[in-house]
Design a protein around this ligand. Structure first.
Ligand code: ADP
Length: 461
């Protein structure tokens, strides 16, 4: 097992990894930007190294500084968390070349899944169903037009190197194709440094269902059920639940069986997530994330397995500590992403936390690096906290979530807490009746309900 791990991240995920290290008796090194000198992950780590100025490019994405920090502190492995360098194949390779273990899959698998077209081609070879679409990058408008006619409108133009819900353009009819094609390419170039785009059939009302997998180097592969991440804003997840309210046991077993077979064939090692769209009883693979996911705590709640500890164990070359037969799913879990954003218009709301009270009690977990005096910086992602609830049934889970949302106090910045208070009381969400379009289609109505909650003064944030 590793003796010392450098955590190449910040915020709640850095803290999450630090906690797993403590549980495993591993020393921790935090790295931080000048803006994060007082951050919780820095305060709690055994050692810390400042790796650059506030801008992420100069610190959390600064590979040379991170590798130097690992060398100076004598770390034997680097955990990238999620975001930042977690899906950067050349960083993973560099880490290994410098004699450290990268806590994640091989650079080869990261690169394969990082390019969405290669990922889809690989998925087909592994026997997974995909969304109908182009088999390679679409080089010009004419090719796009021919393909779109074959597939049938509406279509979606997506960036090959995309992520985080960015770089997607829906095209309803041929007249808008040319403009959308060029817009998608320039957005892709700007956001990902790669203008390549591809085309997919646009599914009008799918759910986003993903399967958690983990594999060790001895060929043992396990799936840990599915997560339903259909409640999204601008293709970004806001609320996730496990299991999905619409997936029954037989469907789950079939999907997870296919996922295990695919991962075995691929020879993949580590933690990963296969993402699917699910519509009219059919699953369509869209991508694979080769890292820990933001929403992993809901899987931890229903399986009782610590995914980060397990990820560290398999990276250290140990056997998976459980078998597929050992796993069973208990009850229901829901995660709310408490972003530092205005709950009405979702604009970032950085600032200093002036008062803070995290909820507790049965079935509640809060993953957050917030404390009174902490500063939510405008330089980084707006995810400030995750509130996760668990219950024996979905109804019990919702009741506990409702209770915890009412207790949670974050002052000094605006957060999505009031928005989640609206969602947890929405009868359609309570009934599990929603798809990926729900938040967009009901935006105005949800905004009004959130405004009422704010006016009632129940919500200080
Ligand atoms: P990213 O990597 O940027 O997160 P994904 O391919 O994982 O992009 O898709 C994110 C979300 O975008 C999906 O959960 C879904 O809501 C929407 N989406 C993606 N592809 C399609 C599609 N073909 N039809 C309809 N919605 C889609």
């Amino acid at each position: 097992m590793f003796k010392k791990i450098l955590i190449a991240n910040r915020g709640e995920v850095a803290l999450r990894i630090l906690r797993a290290c403590r549980d495993l008796g591993i020393q921790t090194v935090a790295v931080h930007s000048t803006a994060d000198a007082e951050a919780m992950h820095v305060r709690l780590a055994d050692e810390s190294v400042c790796i650059g100025s506030a801008s992420a490019a100069k610190s959390y994405l600064n590979t040379q500084s991170i590798l130097s920090a690992a060398t100076i502190t004598g770390a034997d492995a680097i955990h990238p968390g999620f975001g930042f360098l977690s899906e950067n194949a050349s960083f993973a390779q560099m880490v290994e070349d410098h004699g450290f273990r990268f806590i994640g899959p091989s650079p080869h698998h990261i690169a394969m899944m990082g390019d969405k077209i290669t990922a889809k081609t690989t998925a087909v070879a592994l026997g997974l169903p995909i969304v109908p679409g182009s088999k390679e990058g679409v080089k010009d408008v004419e090719t796009a037009r021919t393909l779109a006619q074959e597939i049938g409108y509406p279509i979606l133009i997506k960036a090959s190197g995309g992520g985080g819900g960015r770089g997607m353009q829906g095209v309803l009819k041929e007249e808008s194709l040319e403009e959308c094609y060029h817009a998608a390419r320039s957005e892709a170039q700007l956001a990902f440094g790669n203008p390549e785009v591809y085309i997919e059939k646009y599914l009008p009302h799918p759910r986003h269902i993903e399967v958690q997998i983990i594999a060790d180097r001895f060929g043992n592969v396990a799936t840990l059920g599915e997560r339903d991440c259909s409640l999204q804003r601008r293709h970004q997840k806001v609320w996730e639940e496990a299991p999905s309210p619409v997936v029954d046991r037989a469907t789950r077993e079939a999907l997870c069986g296919k996922a295990r077979e695919a991962i075995k064939k691929l020879g993949y090692q580590g933690l990963g997530t296969l993402e699917f769209l699910y519509q009219d009883g059919e699953f369509y693979f869209i991508e694979m994330n080769t890292r820990l996911q933001v929403e992993h705590p809901i899987t931890e709640f229903i399986t009782g397995i610590d995914l980060v500890c397990e990820q560290i164990r398999v990276a250290a070359g140990e056997l998976l500590s459980f078998t597929q037969q050992d796993t069973c799913l208990h009850g229901h879990a829901i995660e709310c992403r408490i972003n530092a954003e205005s709950p009405l218009d979702f604009l970032p709301s950085p600032g200093k936390i002036t008062s803070y009270h995290a909820p507790g009690g049965p079935g509640i977990r809060v993953d957050s690096a917030l404390y009174v005096g902490a500063v939510v910086s405008p330089h980084y992602d707006s995810l400030a906290a995750k509130l996760i609830a668990h219950g024996r049934t979905r109804a019990e889970c919702l009741a506990r979530l409702n209770r915890a949302l009412a207790e949670y106090v974050v002052d000094g910045i605006q957060t999505l807490l009031p928005f989640h208070r609206t969602l947890v009381q929405d009868t359609r969400i309570v009934a599990g009746d929603y798809n990926v379009k729900f938040l967009e289609e009901h935006a105005e109505e949800l905004r009004k309900s959130t405004q009422i909650i704010l006016n009632e003064g129940k919500s200080p944030s």
